[in-house]
Ligand binder design. Sequence first.
Ligand code: G6P
Length: 368
Amino acid sequence: GEIEKGGYEHFMQKEIMEQPTALEDAMRGRVLPDDNKIVLGGLHDVMDDLRDADRVIIAACGTSWHSALVGEYLIEHFARTPVEVEYASEFRYRNPILRDGDVVLVISQSGETADTLAAVREAQRQGVMCLGICNVVGSTIARETDAGVYLHAGPEIGVASTKAFTAQVIVLAMIALKMAEDRTLSHAEFADAVHALASIPDKVRTTLEMDGQIEKMANIYRYSSNFLYLGRGFNFPVALEGALKLKEISYIHAEGYPAAEMKHGPIALIDRFMPVVFIALKDSTYDKVVSNIEEVAARDGSVIAITDEGNGELDELCEYVLRIPQTQEFLSPLLAVVPLQLLSYHIAVMRGCDVDQPRNLAKSVTVE
Ligand code: G6P
């Protein structure tokens, strides 16, 4: 009822807004910047095996699959361990090839998704270690995996996942850094990353302050019937997640793409009725993404860009520019996804959609 919503109109809104505390809770006792340490009790006994793994296979569904993709970038970047990301539903039916030295990692907010659970059982059938990242304590996946990490993000009620996504990403960042500690990362690099992690909740707080600005923008874009979301690198999965959020709750057709793939298809769709949301942060891919923005602007597409605080370079090219705080590149998905969540939320509310219970969707899919 109204009390659980804590004064918010919808659970989704509450869950978007409580991300700073959800992330603090996910890091409590785990990210220790004063000691330059990351402690993951649930993985303590298996961390050596994980660090020695030849390959990590991450299986998940929906939004959790998007966080898995960020996890691929994180683990490969920091630990230099090869990662494959699988839709749990495809993995389980492919008679997947697992070998000694593989570690399977499943991600599930609910811990009850049937396909993800089947991936756990397949790993175990083949005698491969299976780790889990779940939010719901005592859930089936949490119980059946060999070890794992809880999100501690608090209950997520809105069908569209928001705080679980950011909590999953932060847990994956902790895991990637832990795998890399004293191995692929110097002491100083590790300490820098730990401090950057600890500073994220406040930066998410700052990012949430653009809620009013995004609500105004939503009023302009509420009548669009298609959206394209583009990002690269660590923020390619954020483009997918932005598109998923919009289609789930507002029923507007949206696609997410790696920005550079635009020229292999989606560019054909661009006209003045096509809003294109770019994640264009000043990172290693910035210049390339700016050329993509120019290509869209030249075809009259309406560009919304998410960029860094203080960056005015995109103002001329774009209809709207949203500025988020700077952080280390690997943590930018945690900030970049927030305006996309808010945009979907406000558009859906303005279209009169049932934000917390969108049609045809379930919070946890316990059937195949
Ligand atoms: C459903 C929900 C999504 C969620 C997905 C995976 O489709 O509507 O929000 O991302 O299941 O759920 P899980 O609990 O396994 O993360």
